[in-house]
Ligand binder design. Structure first.
Ligand code: UD1
Length: 422
Protein backbone atom coordinates (compact mmCIF):
# COMPACT_ATOMS: atom_id res chain seq x y z
CA UNK A 1 0.00 0.00 0.00
CA UNK A 2 1.28 3.46 -0.84
CA UNK A 3 2.42 5.83 1.86
CA UNK A 4 3.23 9.52 1.98
CA UNK A 5 6.47 10.62 3.58
CA UNK A 6 7.00 14.23 4.51
CA UNK A 7 9.46 16.31 6.46
CA UNK A 8 8.13 19.23 8.42
CA UNK A 9 9.36 22.79 8.40
CA UNK A 10 8.72 24.09 4.91
CA UNK A 11 6.70 27.27 4.41
CA UNK A 12 3.99 26.89 1.75
CA UNK A 13 4.13 29.61 -0.87
CA UNK A 14 2.69 30.08 -4.34
CA UNK A 15 -0.52 29.27 -6.17
CA UNK A 16 -2.51 26.07 -6.07
CA UNK A 17 -5.17 25.01 -8.55
CA UNK A 18 -8.23 23.16 -7.30
CA UNK A 19 -9.82 20.12 -8.84
CA UNK A 20 -13.55 19.82 -9.51
CA UNK A 21 -15.65 19.21 -6.42
CA UNK A 22 -15.85 15.55 -5.40
CA UNK A 23 -19.07 15.93 -3.45
CA UNK A 24 -20.75 17.72 -6.34
CA UNK A 25 -19.35 15.38 -8.99
CA UNK A 26 -20.72 12.17 -7.46
CA UNK A 27 -24.44 13.13 -7.47
CA UNK A 28 -24.07 14.99 -10.76
CA UNK A 29 -22.60 11.95 -12.51
CA UNK A 30 -25.34 9.79 -11.00
CA UNK A 31 -28.01 12.21 -12.27
CA UNK A 32 -27.14 11.03 -15.81
CA UNK A 33 -29.35 8.01 -14.98
CA UNK A 34 -32.39 10.29 -15.22
CA UNK A 35 -32.15 10.69 -19.00
CA UNK A 36 -31.56 8.52 -22.06
CA UNK A 37 -29.55 11.34 -23.67
CA UNK A 38 -25.84 11.98 -23.49
CA UNK A 39 -24.63 14.06 -20.53
CA UNK A 40 -21.24 15.65 -20.80
CA UNK A 41 -19.19 16.81 -17.83
CA UNK A 42 -15.91 18.70 -17.63
CA UNK A 43 -13.45 19.22 -14.84
CA UNK A 44 -14.39 15.92 -13.25
CA UNK A 45 -11.78 15.16 -10.58
CA UNK A 46 -9.69 12.02 -11.18
CA UNK A 47 -10.49 10.48 -7.81
CA UNK A 48 -11.06 6.97 -6.61
CA UNK A 49 -14.66 7.80 -5.56
CA UNK A 50 -15.37 8.98 -9.10
CA UNK A 51 -13.99 5.75 -10.60
CA UNK A 52 -16.11 3.75 -8.15
CA UNK A 53 -19.21 5.67 -9.27
CA UNK A 54 -18.32 5.04 -12.92
CA UNK A 55 -17.85 1.32 -12.24
CA UNK A 56 -21.32 1.24 -10.73
CA UNK A 57 -22.91 3.19 -13.59
CA UNK A 58 -21.23 0.97 -16.13
CA UNK A 59 -22.57 -2.11 -14.36
CA UNK A 60 -26.07 -0.65 -14.64
CA UNK A 61 -25.55 -0.21 -18.38
CA UNK A 62 -24.46 3.42 -18.74
CA UNK A 63 -22.13 3.99 -21.71
CA UNK A 64 -19.00 5.88 -20.72
CA UNK A 65 -17.52 7.52 -23.77
CA UNK A 66 -14.64 9.63 -22.61
CA UNK A 67 -11.73 8.59 -20.54
CA UNK A 68 -12.08 10.59 -17.38
CA UNK A 69 -8.48 10.40 -16.31
CA UNK A 70 -7.24 11.93 -19.54
CA UNK A 71 -8.55 15.47 -19.04
CA UNK A 72 -11.49 15.40 -16.65
CA UNK A 73 -13.96 15.20 -19.53
CA UNK A 74 -16.67 12.60 -19.22
CA UNK A 75 -19.58 11.63 -21.46
CA UNK A 76 -22.27 9.36 -20.10
CA UNK A 77 -25.34 7.95 -21.85
CA UNK A 78 -27.92 5.97 -19.91
CA UNK A 79 -29.97 4.74 -22.88
CA UNK A 80 -29.32 1.02 -22.39
CA UNK A 81 -29.86 0.40 -18.69
CA UNK A 82 -30.10 -3.38 -18.24
CA UNK A 83 -29.56 -3.71 -14.51
CA UNK A 84 -31.42 -2.00 -11.67
CA UNK A 85 -29.29 -3.25 -8.81
CA UNK A 86 -26.38 -1.55 -7.01
CA UNK A 87 -24.40 -4.38 -5.42
CA UNK A 88 -22.90 -4.51 -1.95
CA UNK A 89 -19.28 -4.55 -3.11
CA UNK A 90 -19.65 -1.09 -4.66
CA UNK A 91 -22.01 0.54 -2.14
CA UNK A 92 -19.92 -0.55 0.84
CA UNK A 93 -16.81 1.20 -0.47
CA UNK A 94 -18.65 4.41 -1.16
CA UNK A 95 -21.91 5.50 0.40
CA UNK A 96 -22.70 7.98 -2.35
CA UNK A 97 -23.56 4.93 -4.51
CA UNK A 98 -26.84 4.88 -2.59
CA UNK A 99 -27.84 7.96 -4.60
CA UNK A 100 -28.71 5.75 -7.59
CA UNK A 101 -31.86 4.68 -5.74
CA UNK A 102 -33.91 7.84 -6.42
CA UNK A 103 -33.05 8.20 -10.14
CA UNK A 104 -33.51 4.47 -10.95
CA UNK A 105 -36.81 4.30 -9.12
CA UNK A 106 -38.11 7.49 -10.72
CA UNK A 107 -37.19 6.48 -14.26
CA UNK A 108 -37.65 2.70 -14.25
CA UNK A 109 -40.17 2.14 -11.45
CA UNK A 110 -37.92 -0.11 -9.41
CA UNK A 111 -34.43 -0.42 -7.95
CA UNK A 112 -32.49 -2.68 -5.63
CA UNK A 113 -29.63 -1.07 -3.76
CA UNK A 114 -27.45 -2.55 -1.06
CA UNK A 115 -27.70 -0.82 2.30
CA UNK A 116 -24.46 1.06 2.89
CA UNK A 117 -23.88 -0.10 6.47
CA UNK A 118 -21.70 1.86 8.84
CA UNK A 119 -18.32 3.34 8.15
CA UNK A 120 -15.38 4.67 10.11
CA UNK A 121 -17.10 7.92 11.04
CA UNK A 122 -20.37 6.49 12.32
CA UNK A 123 -23.46 4.42 11.65
CA UNK A 124 -24.78 6.71 8.90
CA UNK A 125 -28.32 5.41 8.32
CA UNK A 126 -30.41 6.08 5.19
CA UNK A 127 -33.81 6.30 6.87
CA UNK A 128 -34.42 9.87 5.66
CA UNK A 129 -33.88 8.83 2.02
CA UNK A 130 -36.34 5.95 2.43
CA UNK A 131 -39.06 7.82 4.37
CA UNK A 132 -38.97 10.54 1.70
CA UNK A 133 -39.38 8.07 -1.16
CA UNK A 134 -42.24 6.40 0.73
CA UNK A 135 -43.95 9.78 1.01
CA UNK A 136 -43.74 9.90 -2.79
CA UNK A 137 -45.58 6.59 -3.01
CA UNK A 138 -42.70 4.11 -3.21
CA UNK A 139 -43.09 0.71 -1.66
CA UNK A 140 -39.87 -0.12 0.17
CA UNK A 141 -38.73 -3.48 1.47
CA UNK A 142 -35.48 -4.38 3.17
CA UNK A 143 -34.29 -7.91 2.53
CA UNK A 144 -30.92 -9.73 2.62
CA UNK A 145 -29.04 -6.46 3.13
CA UNK A 146 -30.72 -4.77 0.17
CA UNK A 147 -33.33 -2.08 -0.14
CA UNK A 148 -35.91 -2.88 -2.78
CA UNK A 149 -38.03 0.02 -3.92
CA UNK A 150 -40.96 -0.05 -6.32
CA UNK A 151 -43.37 2.56 -7.61
CA UNK A 152 -45.36 2.47 -10.83
CA UNK A 153 -45.22 6.22 -10.68
CA UNK A 154 -43.77 8.50 -8.02
CA UNK A 155 -46.12 11.25 -6.85
CA UNK A 156 -45.16 14.69 -5.62
CA UNK A 157 -45.33 15.06 -1.84
CA UNK A 158 -44.40 17.30 1.05
CA UNK A 159 -41.34 15.83 2.74
CA UNK A 160 -40.15 17.24 6.02
CA UNK A 161 -36.61 16.06 6.72
CA UNK A 162 -35.85 15.53 10.41
CA UNK A 163 -32.26 16.60 9.64
CA UNK A 164 -30.99 18.49 6.56
CA UNK A 165 -29.14 15.47 5.15
CA UNK A 166 -27.12 16.24 2.05
CA UNK A 167 -27.54 12.77 0.56
CA UNK A 168 -31.26 12.51 1.31
CA UNK A 169 -31.90 15.95 -0.21
CA UNK A 170 -30.01 14.91 -3.37
CA UNK A 171 -31.72 11.53 -3.68
CA UNK A 172 -35.20 13.01 -3.20
CA UNK A 173 -34.55 16.00 -5.43
CA UNK A 174 -33.47 13.66 -8.26
CA UNK A 175 -36.44 11.34 -7.74
CA UNK A 176 -38.86 14.27 -7.70
CA UNK A 177 -37.76 15.54 -11.13
CA UNK A 178 -39.68 12.68 -12.80
CA UNK A 179 -42.55 12.39 -10.29
CA UNK A 180 -46.11 13.44 -11.07
CA UNK A 181 -46.87 16.81 -9.48
CA UNK A 182 -44.95 18.99 -7.06
CA UNK A 183 -42.60 17.83 -4.34
CA UNK A 184 -41.63 20.12 -1.51
CA UNK A 185 -38.54 19.16 0.50
CA UNK A 186 -38.59 21.01 3.81
CA UNK A 187 -35.54 21.37 6.05
CA UNK A 188 -33.51 20.59 2.92
CA UNK A 189 -29.71 20.69 2.99
CA UNK A 190 -28.38 24.02 1.70
CA UNK A 191 -24.83 23.03 0.75
CA UNK A 192 -23.32 24.47 -2.46
CA UNK A 193 -23.29 20.90 -3.83
CA UNK A 194 -27.11 20.92 -3.67
CA UNK A 195 -27.17 24.16 -5.65
CA UNK A 196 -24.82 22.64 -8.23
CA UNK A 197 -26.93 19.49 -8.60
CA UNK A 198 -30.09 21.62 -8.95
CA UNK A 199 -28.42 23.61 -11.73
CA UNK A 200 -27.52 20.39 -13.54
CA UNK A 201 -31.07 19.03 -13.17
CA UNK A 202 -32.48 22.32 -14.43
CA UNK A 203 -30.11 22.06 -17.41
CA UNK A 204 -31.67 18.64 -18.10
CA UNK A 205 -35.14 20.19 -18.21
CA UNK A 206 -36.16 19.67 -14.59
CA UNK A 207 -38.15 22.33 -12.75
CA UNK A 208 -36.36 22.92 -9.47
CA UNK A 209 -36.69 25.99 -7.25
CA UNK A 210 -35.29 27.01 -3.88
CA UNK A 211 -32.00 25.06 -3.97
CA UNK A 212 -29.65 26.69 -1.48
CA UNK A 213 -32.54 27.50 0.88
CA UNK A 214 -34.29 25.28 3.41
CA UNK A 215 -37.26 24.58 1.11
CA UNK A 216 -36.77 23.04 -2.31
CA UNK A 217 -39.70 22.69 -4.71
CA UNK A 218 -39.57 20.35 -7.67
CA UNK A 219 -42.32 20.21 -10.29
CA UNK A 220 -42.09 16.81 -11.97
CA UNK A 221 -41.77 16.53 -15.76
CA UNK A 222 -42.33 13.44 -17.98
CA UNK A 223 -38.71 13.19 -19.12
CA UNK A 224 -35.32 14.85 -18.96
CA UNK A 225 -32.74 15.47 -21.67
CA UNK A 226 -28.95 15.61 -21.91
CA UNK A 227 -26.80 18.56 -20.93
CA UNK A 228 -23.24 19.79 -20.50
CA UNK A 229 -21.77 20.91 -17.22
CA UNK A 230 -18.41 21.97 -15.83
CA UNK A 231 -17.89 21.03 -12.18
CA UNK A 232 -17.28 23.82 -9.68
CA UNK A 233 -14.08 23.89 -7.59
CA UNK A 234 -13.74 21.61 -4.58
CA UNK A 235 -14.36 23.80 -1.52
CA UNK A 236 -13.05 21.19 0.91
CA UNK A 237 -9.80 20.85 -1.02
CA UNK A 238 -9.64 24.67 -0.94
CA UNK A 239 -10.08 24.74 2.85
CA UNK A 240 -7.42 22.06 3.25
CA UNK A 241 -4.79 24.13 1.41
CA UNK A 242 -5.85 27.21 3.38
CA UNK A 243 -5.09 25.38 6.62
CA UNK A 244 -1.75 24.32 5.10
CA UNK A 245 -0.88 27.97 4.41
CA UNK A 246 -1.98 29.06 7.89
CA UNK A 247 -0.10 26.25 9.64
CA UNK A 248 3.21 26.92 7.95
CA UNK A 249 3.00 30.71 8.15
CA UNK A 250 2.92 30.67 4.36
CA UNK A 251 1.30 32.70 1.62
CA UNK A 252 -0.85 30.78 -0.83
CA UNK A 253 -3.35 31.84 -3.47
CA UNK A 254 -6.00 29.17 -3.74
CA UNK A 255 -7.00 29.77 -7.31
CA UNK A 256 -10.71 29.68 -8.07
CA UNK A 257 -11.72 29.18 -4.42
CA UNK A 258 -15.11 30.74 -3.68
CA UNK A 259 -15.23 32.61 -0.38
CA UNK A 260 -19.05 32.44 -0.28
CA UNK A 261 -18.94 28.63 -0.12
CA UNK A 262 -16.67 28.72 2.94
CA UNK A 263 -17.93 31.71 4.95
CA UNK A 264 -18.07 30.05 8.38
CA UNK A 265 -14.69 28.39 7.88
CA UNK A 266 -13.03 31.62 6.70
CA UNK A 267 -14.48 33.53 9.66
CA UNK A 268 -12.84 31.01 12.00
CA UNK A 269 -9.58 31.15 10.12
CA UNK A 270 -9.54 34.93 10.52
CA UNK A 271 -10.25 34.56 14.24
CA UNK A 272 -7.02 32.59 14.56
CA UNK A 273 -5.09 35.59 13.24
CA UNK A 274 -4.59 34.43 9.67
CA UNK A 275 -5.06 36.95 6.85
CA UNK A 276 -7.72 35.87 4.34
CA UNK A 277 -8.05 37.93 1.16
CA UNK A 278 -10.76 36.96 -1.32
CA UNK A 279 -10.29 38.35 -4.82
CA UNK A 280 -11.45 37.70 -8.36
CA UNK A 281 -8.79 35.00 -8.92
CA UNK A 282 -9.49 33.06 -5.73
CA UNK A 283 -8.71 33.41 -2.05
CA UNK A 284 -5.27 34.27 -0.70
CA UNK A 285 -4.31 33.03 2.76
CA UNK A 286 -1.33 34.53 4.53
CA UNK A 287 0.01 33.22 7.81
CA UNK A 288 1.03 35.67 10.45
CA UNK A 289 3.09 33.93 13.13
CA UNK A 290 1.59 31.47 15.58
CA UNK A 291 -2.20 31.26 15.36
CA UNK A 292 -4.58 31.71 18.32
CA UNK A 293 -6.90 29.01 19.53
CA UNK A 294 -10.60 29.37 18.75
CA UNK A 295 -13.68 27.22 19.39
CA UNK A 296 -15.31 25.46 16.46
CA UNK A 297 -18.62 23.59 16.16
CA UNK A 298 -19.57 21.78 12.96
CA UNK A 299 -23.05 22.45 11.55
CA UNK A 300 -24.94 21.91 8.32
CA UNK A 301 -24.25 24.62 5.69
CA UNK A 302 -23.90 27.58 6.11
CA UNK A 303 -22.21 26.46 9.34
CA UNK A 304 -18.67 25.18 9.75
CA UNK A 305 -18.28 22.07 7.53
CA UNK A 306 -17.62 18.73 9.19
CA UNK A 307 -15.34 17.90 6.26
CA UNK A 308 -12.90 20.58 7.49
CA UNK A 309 -13.05 19.69 11.18
CA UNK A 310 -10.01 17.38 11.21
CA UNK A 311 -7.88 19.91 9.30
CA UNK A 312 -8.91 22.73 11.66
CA UNK A 313 -8.00 20.57 14.62
CA UNK A 314 -4.41 20.34 13.39
CA UNK A 315 -4.26 24.14 13.29
CA UNK A 316 -5.64 24.31 16.82
CA UNK A 317 -3.13 21.65 17.93
CA UNK A 318 -0.26 24.11 17.37
CA UNK A 319 -2.17 27.29 18.29
CA UNK A 320 -1.45 29.58 21.19
CA UNK A 321 -4.08 28.67 23.83
CA UNK A 322 -6.83 26.10 24.09
CA UNK A 323 -9.85 25.44 21.89
CA UNK A 324 -12.92 23.27 21.99
CA UNK A 325 -13.99 21.51 18.80
CA UNK A 326 -17.52 20.11 18.77
CA UNK A 327 -18.59 17.63 16.09
CA UNK A 328 -22.34 17.83 15.55
CA UNK A 329 -22.78 15.98 12.24
CA UNK A 330 -21.13 12.58 12.63
CA UNK A 331 -21.01 10.55 15.81
CA UNK A 332 -17.48 9.23 15.50
CA UNK A 333 -15.47 11.66 13.48
CA UNK A 334 -12.44 11.96 15.74
CA UNK A 335 -10.32 9.16 14.30
CA UNK A 336 -7.44 11.58 13.83
CA UNK A 337 -7.20 12.51 17.52
CA UNK A 338 -5.23 9.49 18.67
CA UNK A 339 -2.77 9.81 15.83
CA UNK A 340 -2.33 13.56 16.38
CA UNK A 341 -1.65 12.85 20.06
CA UNK A 342 1.01 10.36 18.99
CA UNK A 343 2.61 13.29 17.15
CA UNK A 344 2.72 15.30 20.37
CA UNK A 345 -0.64 17.07 20.25
CA UNK A 346 -2.61 17.47 23.50
CA UNK A 347 -6.20 16.66 22.65
CA UNK A 348 -8.72 15.24 25.13
CA UNK A 349 -11.99 13.72 23.96
CA UNK A 350 -15.30 13.84 25.76
CA UNK A 351 -18.14 12.52 23.62
CA UNK A 352 -18.49 14.79 20.62
CA UNK A 353 -16.19 17.46 22.07
CA UNK A 354 -12.44 17.66 21.74
CA UNK A 355 -10.45 20.00 23.94
CA UNK A 356 -7.26 20.96 22.21
CA UNK A 357 -4.40 22.52 24.17
CA UNK A 358 -2.01 24.08 21.71
CA UNK A 359 1.63 22.99 21.79
CA UNK A 360 4.56 24.86 20.19
CA UNK A 361 5.39 22.01 17.83
CA UNK A 362 4.49 18.46 16.80
CA UNK A 363 6.93 15.65 16.23
CA UNK A 364 6.97 13.40 13.16
CA UNK A 365 5.79 9.78 13.52
CA UNK A 366 4.46 6.90 11.46
CA UNK A 367 0.66 7.40 11.42
CA UNK A 368 -2.41 6.16 9.60
CA UNK A 369 -6.08 6.96 9.42
CA UNK A 370 -9.20 5.21 8.33
CA UNK A 371 -11.12 7.98 6.66
CA UNK A 372 -10.49 10.59 4.06
CA UNK A 373 -10.42 13.85 6.03
CA UNK A 374 -8.62 12.27 8.99
CA UNK A 375 -5.90 11.13 6.58
CA UNK A 376 -5.40 14.57 5.12
CA UNK A 377 -5.22 16.07 8.60
CA UNK A 378 -2.22 13.83 9.28
CA UNK A 379 -0.52 15.08 6.13
CA UNK A 380 -1.11 18.64 7.34
CA UNK A 381 0.28 17.75 10.75
CA UNK A 382 3.38 16.33 9.07
CA UNK A 383 3.97 19.72 7.42
CA UNK A 384 4.64 21.29 10.82
CA UNK A 385 6.12 18.32 12.67
CA UNK A 386 9.77 18.10 13.58
CA UNK A 387 11.41 15.35 11.51
CA UNK A 388 9.73 12.83 9.25
CA UNK A 389 6.11 11.67 9.20
CA UNK A 390 4.91 8.70 7.21
CA UNK A 391 1.17 8.50 6.56
CA UNK A 392 0.14 5.01 5.51
CA UNK A 393 -3.12 3.73 3.97
CA UNK A 394 -3.18 6.65 1.57
CA UNK A 395 -5.91 5.05 -0.51
CA UNK A 396 -8.22 7.02 1.76
CA UNK A 397 -6.56 10.20 0.53
CA UNK A 398 -6.92 9.10 -3.08
CA UNK A 399 -10.67 8.89 -2.59
CA UNK A 400 -10.86 12.64 -2.29
CA UNK A 401 -7.61 14.43 -3.15
CA UNK A 402 -6.06 14.39 -6.59
CA UNK A 403 -2.26 14.41 -6.45
CA UNK A 404 -2.09 16.14 -3.09
CA UNK A 405 1.62 15.34 -2.74
CA UNK A 406 2.35 16.97 -6.12
CA UNK A 407 0.34 20.08 -5.25
CA UNK A 408 1.98 20.45 -1.82
CA UNK A 409 5.45 19.83 -3.29
CA UNK A 410 4.88 22.64 -5.81
CA UNK A 411 4.10 24.94 -2.88
CA UNK A 412 7.45 24.01 -1.30
CA UNK A 413 6.65 21.03 0.95
CA UNK A 414 9.17 18.23 1.32
CA UNK A 415 6.78 15.39 0.48
CA UNK A 416 6.73 12.26 -1.66
CA UNK A 417 4.71 9.13 -2.22
CA UNK A 418 6.35 5.79 -1.58
CA UNK A 419 5.24 2.30 -2.54
CA UNK A 420 5.09 -0.31 0.15
CA UNK A 421 4.52 -4.00 -0.45
CA UNK A 422 2.57 -4.73 2.75
C1 UD1 B 1 -22.25 14.29 2.54
C2 UD1 B 1 -20.85 14.40 2.04
C3 UD1 B 1 -19.86 14.26 3.19
C4 UD1 B 1 -20.18 15.28 4.27
C5 UD1 B 1 -21.65 15.20 4.69
C6 UD1 B 1 -22.06 16.28 5.67
C7 UD1 B 1 -20.96 13.55 -0.22
C8 UD1 B 1 -20.62 12.47 -1.18
N1 UD1 B 1 -20.61 13.37 1.06
O1 UD1 B 1 -22.42 12.99 3.10
O2 UD1 B 1 -18.54 14.49 2.67
O3 UD1 B 1 -19.36 15.03 5.39
O4 UD1 B 1 -22.50 15.31 3.53
O5 UD1 B 1 -21.81 17.53 5.13
O6 UD1 B 1 -21.50 14.58 -0.58
N2 UD1 B 1 -28.38 10.79 8.45
C9 UD1 B 1 -29.43 10.08 9.00
N3 UD1 B 1 -30.33 9.49 8.16
C10 UD1 B 1 -30.24 9.60 6.80
C11 UD1 B 1 -29.18 10.36 6.25
C12 UD1 B 1 -28.27 10.95 7.10
O7 UD1 B 1 -29.52 9.94 10.21
O8 UD1 B 1 -31.09 9.05 6.08
C13 UD1 B 1 -27.37 11.42 9.35
C14 UD1 B 1 -25.99 10.82 9.13
O9 UD1 B 1 -25.82 9.62 9.86
C15 UD1 B 1 -25.11 11.92 9.62
C16 UD1 B 1 -25.87 13.19 9.22
O10 UD1 B 1 -27.22 12.78 9.02
O11 UD1 B 1 -24.96 11.87 11.00
C17 UD1 B 1 -25.33 13.87 7.98
O12 UD1 B 1 -25.39 13.00 6.91
P1 UD1 B 1 -25.60 13.51 5.40
O13 UD1 B 1 -25.80 14.99 5.38
O14 UD1 B 1 -26.64 12.65 4.77
O15 UD1 B 1 -24.19 13.18 4.77
P2 UD1 B 1 -23.87 12.42 3.43
O16 UD1 B 1 -24.81 12.86 2.36
O17 UD1 B 1 -23.72 10.97 3.70
Amino acid sequence: MDGIILKGGAVLEGTVTLGGSKNAALPVIISSLLSADKCSYRRVPGLRDVSTTLRLLSRLGVTIEKDLLADGHLELTADKIHELEAPYDLVKTMRASFLVLGPLLARFGEARVSTPGGCAIGSRPVDLHLRGLERMGACIRQDHGYIEARAKELKGAVIDLAFPSVGATENLMMAATLARGETEIRNAAQEPEIVELAAVLTGMGARVGGAGTGVIRVEGVPELHGMEHEMGPDRIEAGTFMVGAALTGGDVLIEDARADDLKAFLAKLRETGVRVTPGPGGVRVTGNGRVHGTDVATQPFPGFPTDLQAQMMVLMAVADGASVITENIFENRFMHVQELNRMGARIALDGNRATVRGVPELSGAPVMATDLRASVSLVLAGLVARGATEVSRVYHLDRGYENIEGKLARLGADIRRVQRDD
